[in-house]
Design a protein around this ligand. Structure first.
Ligand SMILES: Cc1c2[nH]c(c1CCC(=O)O)Cc1[nH]c(c(CCC(=O)O)c1C)Cc1[nH]c(c(CCC(=O)O)c1C)Cc1[nH]c(c(C)c1CCC(=O)O)C2
Length: 358
């Protein structure tokens, strides 16, 4: 795809609350979307996914478009997030892996040495052409609602590749990181290239914002994060600096890493529910008074959607008030929607956020 095409593919959405807030402007209302808003909480999702394996569904453009649209239609959220997965670029490039229901990504041949790193395939943009096609369908269907593209950050992808699947302690990951820094940096460099290719394809196809998911970065100390991870995530963000779309950075349990994660070069800092948004802003501004006040995204505990409506309202009001400390606030959960969540509660949460004074 040429550069000229990339310029014309993106819609002009100057009023979209998500994009206004991401730039630190004054949106007409507090924008809200939810990580994992498409997925098992929705009966219409379970219906269209019936009999189709997760990974295969990510390469079916019409289905990706339909699943991405479902929460926008149902809940009236202020953004769609592309239905895909962080391991899609790895699978597309030919890494032997599967997404096992109830477990997550499982890798057939885990990466444990420099030899394994050297054997990793390079992602050719053509291999994710169905994703670009889905983005094209979505930008036609979404009207004024922005579309968020995403990728997994190098550390989180490395953890799946090295452990071979989900991990509580990331022990093999850390063992490689500490004992073979050359292999480690080669691996993270490779994964940064892949993330950048995957995100560039999405941007050229017309997504309006991107999010880099470093879900498991919170397992690291700040010192290790700075030495072993930050330079690679920074390269992904730097590669998108001229893309013209806001860049969101998110991880779980990253209260101690917020300052370092912002230094990776994003425009919006995702915050999980453990750190109040005003405290997060405080940490960010006192550590880096030289930088502009941050824009934050978050941070309702996904478990609160299992409580009564009075609790939901109280928590949303609290988070709305705390978010006023930031230069902009994009309302979200502190992590993804849990599969058992009552979708009615999600719709109600959107109404309550839209009732907040922006
Ligand atoms: C760590 C991670 C993964 N995938 C992702 C992350 C980062 C975000 C986070 O921290 O949650 C990212 C992701 N995965 C999915 C999305 C879609 C967009 C959205 O609505 O947010 C996004 C943004 C769809 C999905 N990705 C997956 C599902 C469930 C698959 C199904 O419906 O059978 C969905 C909707 C599978 C998946 N893929 C992964 C896990 C842990 C799982 C869940 C396994 C399970 O519980 O069955 C890896």
């Amino acid at each position: 795809m040429t550069n000229a095409a990339s310029v014309s593919a993106r819609r002009d959405l100057p009023e979209a609350p998500l994009l206004v807030a991401a730039r630190g402007g004054s949106p007409s209302r507090t924008p809200v979307w939810f990580m994992r808003q498409a997925g098992r909480s929705l009966p219409e999702y379970r219906k269209v996914r019936e009999g189709i394996p997760m990974l295969r569904s990510c390469f079916m453009p019409e289905l990706v478009c339909e699943i991405t649209m479902q929460p926008v239609r149902r809940h009236g959220v202020d953004a769609a997030i592309l239905f895909s997965d962080i391991v899609v670029p790895l699978a597309a490039a030919g890494v032997d892996l599967d997404i096992v229901p109830g477990t997550g990504p499982v890798v057939a041949n885990p990466v444990r040495s420099i030899h394994d790193v050297e054997k990793l395939p390079v992602l050719d943009p053509e291999q994710v052409a169905p994703v670009a096609e889905a983005v094209g369908l979505l930008t036609k269907e979404l009207g004024e609602t922005p579309l968020i593209g995403f990728a997994g950050a190098p550390f989180t992808l490395a953890s799946y590749l090295i452990e071979g699947g989900p991990s509580r302690n990331h022990e093999r990951t850390k063992a490689l990181m500490y004992s073979d820094p050359a292999a480690w940096h080669a691996l993270l460099g490779h994964l940064a290239d892949m993330a950048l290719t995957f995100l560039s394809v999405q941007v050229q196809a017309g997504v309006d914002a991107i999010q880099l998911f470093d879900s498991w970065a919170g397992a690291l100390s700040e010192r290790d994060y700075r030495e072993f991870v930050l330079p690679h995530s920074a390269r992904v963000f730097a590669g998108l600096a001229d893309a013209g779309v806001p860049r969101i950075h998110f991880g779980v349990g990253t209260g101690e890493l917020l300052v370092a994660m912002r230094e990776a070069g994003n425009d919006v800092v995702g915050v999980d529910w453990r750190v109040p948004l005003d405290a997060a802003v405080n940490r960010l501004t006192s550590a880096r008074p030289d930088l502009p006040k941050p824009v934050v995204q978050g941070n309702l505990d996904p478990a609160v959607l299992f409580s009564g409506e009075d609790v939901l309202e109280r928590e949303i009001n609290r988070i709305g008030a705390e978010g006023r400390a930031a230069a902009g606030h994009i309302f979200n959960l502190g992590h993804g929607v849990l599969p058992e969540t009552d979708p009615g509660k999600i719709t109600r949460a959107v109404e309550l956020v839209h009732g907040l004074r922006p």
